[in-house]
Ligand binder design. Sequence first.
Ligand code: FBP
Length: 549
Amino acid sequence: MEKSALQIARAAYQPKLPQALKGAVVAKEGAATQSVGNQEEIKALFPNTYGMPVVEFVAGEAKQTEAINVGIILSGGQAPGGHNVISGLYDGVKTLNKDSKLYGFLMGPGGLVDHKYVEFTDEFIDEYRNTGGFDIIGSGRTKLEKVEQFESGIEILRKLGIKALVIIGGDDSNTNACVLAEYYAAKNYGVQVIGCPKTIDGDLKNEQIETSFGFDTACKTYSELIGNIQRDCNSARKYWHFIKLMGRSASHIALECALETQPNVCLISEEIEQKAMSLDEVVCYIANIVAQRAADGNNFGTVLIPEGLIEFIPAIKKLIAELNEVLTDPATGESREFASAEEQIAFVTSNIAADNLAVLNSLPADVKRQLCLDRDPHGNVQVSLIETEKLLSAMVAKKLAEMKEEGKYVGKFSAQHHFFGYEGRCAAPSNYDADYCYSLGFNASRLIASGKTGYMSVIKNTTAPAAEWIAGGVPITMMMNIERRNGQNKPVIRKALVELEGAPFKFFASKREEWARETAYVYPGPIQYFGPTEVCDQCTKTLALEQGK
Ligand code: FBP
C-alpha cells in the first residue's frame, strides 16, 4: 500500500497507555452492581452475568500467563480508532504470552456466523496502526441475537481454539455482546465475551463510560469543515448554510460542533422534544434569527441540524412509534415483508391511527416515503436518508416570504446544503482517539486474562494526561433497561441523549443568542497530530465541560 508522508510518520506514533496497564495488573473488584432500570427483569434474563462488580486494574505481581486465542469483531458504523483497538488488543495478548493469537472476523458479526476470518500477524497489524477506517477486517450490521447464530459461532470459535471474543460496537452491538456472553456462560462453553464502546454518535456513555471512541475525531473533522464553511460564508456574505450532522438519534455531535464553531443556529433535538415543539415552531425559530440578522444587514449564516431531529418532534415521534409497531409482525418479532414499496405504504396508511395519518400526510412526499419504508437491521428508522437540511431550508424560505408580505422581514435568503457524516467516520484518529482506543484494546486483553465475561472495556479519567487514566471493566448488564424496540419489549443498553441539565448544553444555551445575532464564528482548523499538547491532545469540549474542566 503506498503511503503519504503523514501516514508514514503516523504509523510510527506509539499510543499512550495508562500507567496501570504498563506492568502486571490485578483486578480490584467493587461492590455488586444493579442495572440502570427494570432490575428484576434484567436479572431474570441474565442470571449468569447480572450483578457482577465494576473492576479496576491496579499494579499486581507478574506471573506466567498461558497463550490464549482471541477473536475480534467490528460491528456497525465506522468510527476513528477501531484499528487501534485491534492493535492494542494484539499487543495486549502478545505481552501476556507471545504465542497468543488474535483472529479477526470479517465484515462484522456475520463473519463469526459464516466462519470468515483472518489471523493477525505483526506485519498485518503494523500496516494499520493509528489509521482511520475499519477496512482491516471490515464491519457489518448483522444482528447477533439468535441461538442458531450463537451456535454457529461456537463451532468456529472451538475450531480456532478461541477462548474470548471482543465485540467493538455501539449500544445495540454491545447489548448483543451481553446476550452472547450470557448464552455462552449459561451453556458453559468456556468462551468469554468483552464489549468495547464505539460510535461517533457519542450516545454510548454513562457514569462508567466517559465517551464512545470516534466521537472526538469525527466531531473535530466536522468542526474543521464547518469552520471552513463559516469562513467562506463570512467572506461571500450571501448564503445561509444548512448543515446536517450525523448522530442518528442523539444531538451530541451537533452540540459538540456548535461548541467548537459557534454557529448562528444549532438545533438540539432533545430540547425540541422537551419543549414539545412542532415542525412549524422549529421553522419559525430559524426564520426569526434569519430576519434579525437581515435587519443588521447580515444575509448569511450557519444552521447546524442533528440527524435525528425529525424523530424528536413529538408528533412525528408518536407517528414513528406506531410505524415501528405496525411494520413488525407480532408473531415473529421480525419486520413484515411486502411485495413492493407501494404495498408497504398502502399497508401503513390503512393501519395507523387517524391523527398519525394526518401527521404523515402533512409531510413532503419524499419524507413520507422514507418514514414508511426504510429501517436498519435493528428496526431503527434510517434518519440519515431524510434530507432534513433541505426540508427545513425550504420551509424557512416559505416562512420568510410570508414574513416579507407582513413587513416583518427585509432581506435576501439563499441557502446551501451539506450533510456531514461519512466525511468523519474514517478520519485518521486524533491523538485522543488513538491513545484511548489503543488503551481500550490493550485493557480488553487484561479483562480476558482476569477471566471476565459480559464486561465492557472502560478507560476513565481521560481529561487527565494518559498516564493517569484509569483502566478497568464494567458489567454490561449494569447499563441495561427494558425498552420498546421494533414492536417488542427488549433488554437494551440505555442510550445517552443530550442532558438538558448537563454542563455542555447549559453552556451552549447561555451563548446561543449572542452567537445567533453576532458573527462569532470560530474556525478550528484541521486535527493536528504533531505539535504542542494544547494543539494536539485536547479532548472534546463536551467531555471537558462534563468534567468541569
Ligand atoms: P453506529 O452507532 O453503529 O456506530 O453508527 C452510527 C452512524 O454513523 C450514525 O451516525 C448514522 O445514522 C449511521 O451510522 C449510518 O450508518 P449506515 O451508513 O450504515 O446507514
